[in-house]
Design a protein around this ligand. Structure first.
Ligand SMILES: NC(=O)c1ccc[n+]([C@@H]2O[C@H](COP(=O)([O-])OP(=O)(O)OC[C@H]3O[C@@H](n4cnc5c(N)ncnc54)[C@H](O)[C@@H]3O)[C@@H](O)[C@H]2O)c1
Length: 357
């Protein structure tokens, strides 16, 4: 039976994948490594250990921390600083970001080379060029932006979202560039040392247990803040909260990951987009309406000026993943939001645990 290492296993995505993979494939052996740099990640440690997962407290930036790890068949890389503002927000330096997200990947790839293990990168929609995305004309439709119909759009952009054909020319944010550099190195290592590599470019991931930070877990942050009547603000694009994102539950990745870990090297499309898609997209203003209906009223303030790297409409077109892998998201956005809200009710100190004080 397969032996698998998940990096960043105590983070939101890593822990969700570990639980869901174990549920889907009970015979699988899962190991995990995490440096617990994400506030709140410690809270997953005991539960994962109780599931029989062997956890290593280690840092993927340090080669020596790979020495105690056993030989595995596959690695899923979910250890990174996932904030689009990382490196420029004064909280994380650019060097720290690059060391976590790129040097860390290189160390994992060297480990895969030693073990002859396959590698799956949890990459991001943030590898796509910001300028053409920001330039596409949008208009309000109810409480949400949509692409203005009939406009000439760049290759890879349509009302279904951004496809793999969309430009990845910088600027894509420092975060996005560490991920696309990781993608390139992974593909090159896989080719040079004959191990399989899959690149899964995910849009916004959301669900219960996501640490509620505005720069990384916007749905969890918004719902938790709304429930506790903490300050919320619509930032940018006129300050109406019409900016749109789609949401995907990370457990919906599991059927794809199972197929990928059964596939080998050779000619194949190695990069796919994965996201909730247009059917699971929502604006912040719509999210507020959902919160209002579920939990009563709350005031949201407004800052019309946009922040760097902000994009008014970002939805993933996942038709390639459907075509190649038969993959589609399973969890609708209402179920995702309800799951987050129930979790928020059960965990009243979730924002504090997530490092928001
Ligand atoms: N959250 C999203 O919406 C989203 C979207 C697309 C892609 N991703 C990708 O998914 C992955 C996981 O994101 P997440 O939302 O679970 O973030 P997270 O912060 O919840 O989890 C990341 C985990 O990695 C650990 N970690 C960070 N640096 C490490 C290091 N140097 N060594 C060991 N462990 C380290 C952290 O402690 C944390 O537990 C990232 O690679 C991110 O780029 C996330």
């Amino acid at each position: 039976m397969m032996k698998l290492l998940i990096t960043g296993i105590c983070g939101f995505v890593g822990s969700t994948l570990a639980r869901s993979l174990l549920a889907a494939q009970p015979g699988i052996t899962i190991y995990g490594i995490d440096n617990f740099s994400r506030p709140g990640s410690e809270s997953n440690r005991i539960e994962l250990q109780n599931l029989g997962i062997k956890l290593y407290h280690g840092d993927i930036r340090a080669q020596a921390d790979f020495e105690p790890l056993p030989k595995v068949d596959w690695v899923i890389d979910a250890a990174a600083n996932p904030s689009v503002l990382a490196g420029i927000d004064g909280r994380t330096s650019s060097r720290q970001l690059v060391e976590h997200n790129l040097l860390g990947t290189i160390n994992i790839l060297e480990y895969c080379k030693r073990c002859a293990a396959g590698f799956i990168l949890i990459s991001t929609s943030r590898v796509y060029s910001i300028a053409p995305l920001a330039k596409a004309a949008v208009e309000p439709c109810g409480e949400a932006f949509r692409l203005v119909p009939g406009q000439p759009l760049p290759a890879g952009l349509s009302s279904n979202g951004v496809s793999e054909l969309f430009s990845t020319t910088p600027p894509v944010s420092l975060y996005g560039s560490t991920k696309i550099a990781s993608e390139l190195l992974a593909l090159e290592y896989g080719e040079s040392f004959s191990f399989p590599v899959w690149i899964n470019r995910c849009g916004v991931l959301a669900g219960a247990g996501q640490f509620g930070r505005p720069d990384q877990g916007i749905f969890a942050f918004w719902i938790n803040s709304w429930l506790r009547r903490k300050p919320l603000a619509y930032i940018g694009f006129g300050g109406n909260g019409y900016q749109v994102r789609d949401a995907l539950h990370p457990r919906d990745l599991v059927p794809l990951l199972i197929k990928q870990t059964s596939a080998g090297t050779g000619d194949a499309t190695r990069i796919v987009n994965l996201g909730g898609g247009a059917a699971n997209a929502m604006s912040l203003a719509e999210l507020s309406s959902w919160c209002r209906e579920r939990s009563g009223s709350h005031q949201v303030s407004s800052t019309p000026e946009s922040r760097r790297f902000d994009i008014p409409w970002l939805v993933m077109d996942c038709s390639l993943a459907k075509e190649i892998w038969g993959w589609e998201p399973q969890t609708g956005i209402s179920a995702i939001l309800e799951e987050i809200a129930s979790h928020a009710e059960a965990n009243p100190a979730w924002l504090e645990l997530s490092g928001i004080g």
